[in-house]
Design a protein around this ligand. Structure first.
Ligand SMILES: Cc1cc2nc3c(=O)[nH]c(=O)nc-3n(C[C@H](O)[C@H](O)[C@H](O)COP(=O)(O)OP(=O)(O)OC[C@H]3O[C@@H](n4cnc5c(N)ncnc54)[C@H](O)[C@@H]3O)c2cc1C
Length: 426
């Protein structure tokens, strides 16, 4: 039985970083937005966060984007600047170092805990007055004439129908919205999971990020404030399972053996979470009055720390296009978005996948790099260039439109709604 019906301009399914940021930007641009999230969001005052142990490496371009739209300041105290990135291979001498000085910038990027981004967006959503439907999931998408697409949603108080001029799938790699629109995906499960947790080191990290390629998979240590580092440790699923079950001291001893002693003794500094890794690519980015953004469009291996950076560029381009249009779901708006995003997504997904499968980047180059050690990578233009460019992430974005948004509204403390507004809204 249908509980309620309403219309809105844009319905966003998925309240992760992509859905959350997009909702804030479009609402500030004057559109009537509904945001549907299967789980619940926690505001910054929540003491326990949401259990996500990841520290996100945000490229300099992402930081600039967040700053342009007024959402970087609330994150500054939680962020650690990346001054240098050290790339090495276990068993080889030497490492490739990219530093902010050689790129002539104060920092290559910033590391921010996922829970802090989540909390910042929860606060921002409350302040912008976006209608949030929590513990609510999309069930199906139906036609609603030429002007709208109707979503059937299941929440705590039954089913509702929401007819939107545009439906955005921001519901992650297993997107139900994408499936409901019949958009197929290319999917490859890597023979790997990632264990993610924080450590402290005896020697200061001094803003250095470390990416170490080991025979079982890449191992990254990202600098965080307060002398902590976020570990992303990729290995076959059965190895991750064993390590996750180890006593903390044994797990850290195994980590130390693989990472080495360049930061002195490592100590555990928080809980462990495990993430299965896969490549997911949507075959197309839009359908009639619906569009994909973020992980719903492309789920990547975390080896290069690019998934969220790429996703937030989707948000910027989509928001720019929608805010400049009369009709947010017009076919030409969606086609322009897909066209604008294709190159960036193809490039980042392809190179990330190559790195994930063992640093090939051209079969001919690998044996040379492996034989002579990582120092040779310094001379492999495409790889070095990729690391530098992606660390910076300074691709062109519709900055003029985004910077022209009204200022960030002050916190109103509007609670999240668990039910759709009644009546024919628009
Ligand atoms: C181990 C690891 C480390 C990473 N590190 C980095 C990094 O350093 N830098 C970087 O740029 N990227 C990184 N990433 C990638 C980053 O996590 C993703 O790119 C990012 O989470 C994408 O955000 P999203 O909002 O599109 O999807 P998600 O974060 O998956 O959010 C989707 C949301 O949709 C909700 N949802 C799902 N289904 C439904 C439904 N049917 N109805 C309603 N709601 C639904 C979910 O509850 C969730 O809140 C990492 C990923 C992993 C796995």
């Amino acid at each position: 039985m249908t509980a309620r019906r309403r219309n809105c301009d844009v319905l966003i399914v998925g309240g992760g970083p992509v859905g959350g940021l997009l909702a804030c930007l479009l609402a500030r641009g004057g559109l009537d937005i509904a945001l549907v999230e299967r789980g619940t969001r926690k505001a910054s005052s929540a003491p326990d966060g949401n259990g996500d142990t990841r520290g996100y490496a945000l490229a300099a371009g992402t930081v600039r984007l967040l700053d342009d739209v007024g959402y970087w300041q609330p994150l500054v105290t939680a962020a650690e600047p990346i001054r240098a990135v050290h790339v090495s291979r276990q068993g080889d001498f030497g490492s490739v170092v990219m530093d902010s000085k050689s790129q002539q910038v104060p920092a290559l990027g910033q590391v921010v805990p996922a829970v802090r981004i989540d909390a910042m967006l929860a606060d921002a959503l409350s302040a912008t007055g976006v209608e949030r439907l929590e513990q609510t999931a999309l069930e199906t998408l139906e036609a609603a004439g030429d002007e709208r697409r109707e979503a059937v949603l299941a929440g705590p108080d039954g089913r509702h129908r929401l007819a939107a001029r545009l439906v955005v799938a921001a519901d992650g790699t297993a997107s139900a919205t994408r499936a409901a629109a019949g958009i197929e995906v290319q999917r490859r499960r890597y023979a790997a999971d990632a264990l993610v947790f924080d450590v402290r080191s005896a020697r200061p990290h001094r803003g250095r990020a470390f990416e170490r390629f080991t025979p079982e998979g890449p191992l990254a240590l990202l600098p965080q404030p307060g002398g902590r580092l976020n570990v992303v440790w990729v290995a076959p699923p059965e190895v991750c399972e064993e390590r996750a079950a180890l006593a903390e001291s044994e797990r850290i001893a195994a980590l130390q053996e693989r990472f080495g002693w360049r930061l002195g003794r490592l100590r555990a500094a928080g809980p462990v979470a495990r993430f299965p890794l896969e490549l997911v690519r949507a075959r197309r980015l839009y359908d009639r009055r619906m569009v994909l953004a973020g992980n719903a469009a492309h789920g990547l291996h975390p080896v290069a720390g690019q998934g969220l950076n790429l996703s937030l560029r989707d948000v910027a381009v989509l928001a720019g296009g929608v805010l400049a249009a009369r009709d947010p779901g017009a076919p030409e708006v969606l086609a322009a978005y897909a066209q604008a995003r294709k190159g960036d997504i193809d490039r980042v997904a392809t190179v990330t996948d190559l790195l994930a499968r063992g640093l090939p980047l051209g079969e001919r180059l690998v044996p040379v790099a492996l034989r002579r050690g990582m120092l040779l990578l310094d001379r492999i233009g495409p790889l070095r260039q990729f690391w530098a460019e992606q660390a910076m992430g300074l691709q062109p974005l519709p900055r003029r439109i985004l910077r022209g948004l009204p200022p960030v509204p002050r916190e109103t403390g509007t609670p999240a709604s668990t039910a759709a507004r009644t009546g024919e809204g628009k």
